[in-house]
Design a protein around this ligand. Sequence first.
Ligand code: PSV
Ligand code: MN
Length: 423
Amino acid sequence: MLNKSQIDAHNEKGLAKHKKGFDYVSGIIPDAEGIIKKLTDFQVAIPSWALGSGGTRFGRFSGGGEPSTLEEKMEDIGLLHQLNRSSGAVSLHIPWDIPTDAKAIKSLAADFDLKFDAMNSNTFQDQKDQKLSYKFGSMQHVDKGVRQQAVDHNIEVIKYGQELGSNSLTVWLADGSSFPGQLNFRNAFNNTLESLQSIYSALPDDWKIFVEYKAFEPNFYSTTVGDWGQSLLYANKLGEKAYTLVDLGHHLPNANIEQIVSLLLNERKLGGFHFNDSKYGDDDLTVGSIKPYQLFLIFKELVEGMDARGLNHATDLGWMIDASHNIKDPLEDLLQSVEAINLAYAQALLVDSKALNEAQLNNDVAGAQEILQDAYRTDLRPVLAEARLREGAALSPLGLFREQKIRQQLIGKRGEKTVATGL
Ligand code: PSV
Ligand code: MN
């Protein structure tokens, strides 16, 4: 952990330059204070599986100093939160990170000022000592015994979450088929629905269930919750505590994610979000590193849709990063991710929605584009930095992480060859 004087010394050094930038931008935008307030409230959950190096099926390169226990993972997230005051939540994955002593984990979270966001279940891998295999799916499986095992696991995950004070469960299923003819689509759908219904009936009253979709992988012919339409079907059939979860990396190339988000909010069925970016298929790239304009357009729809539905930006949806880094320092990557999310959010808050509405009513296509691009091209980084400064975080979270040689410190403490649980 950092101490206050280290953060203060870092901020002192950058203050004069920061002030110039902030004075300029707050002078040319209408409501810098309003944006700062919203940014301060907005927290993005860090997944417990993103703190170590990921890998591909071709290999894995450890960066060293990785957390090997849940306690160490919480320490890492606490550190991120200290640096940016925007990562005040954890999203746990069971069984990778079982809170065996929930009371102790809860009190550790309180020390770091962290909350527990959505719990994630895992029926996409077989665990040691598991009775039945998920090789041919879990909730869709032709064998009722396998389906029941998957249901029981999810109910157990809810119990862990209740002990920690979480109030949502994310279900992502790898279920699907790899070859034509392997699966009866209707039976797979109906079995999955029945399994989800059993979980839904065990869901506490104040909980939500998020049904995450993914276009392909690990199955490459069909996926049983393959797109937002299928997820929405399940969510609608389950009931009012069920929602769709959008993971940015889970779409076919060029999908219009901003339109999906807009319609899901219109249906009051958008529940949660997994942030990442992708160039080809999967979701392993840093948020905003490939398509920052798309991220802004998505946030523009989020802001507009949440406002239209009277939702609280900070608390009514689950905001999580879902990433796994192959060659970058995971902590540096997560700092960059949160910064990219906050920037897109701030830019979306800047959109002149009244003018945009007028332009749309007048079929002023060029004018509408100008309004969006004007917000996108305004450099709001000093506004983000100001929000951090006021909260006692670092003007440059990544800069301070490097100045303090935090990775080297972690390697010194935890060793060079540590491996975090996860992918
Ligand atoms: C699947 O690719 C996914 O996006 C789900 O959210 C999982 O829980 C997570 O990644 C980790 O495998
Ligand atoms: Mn995901």
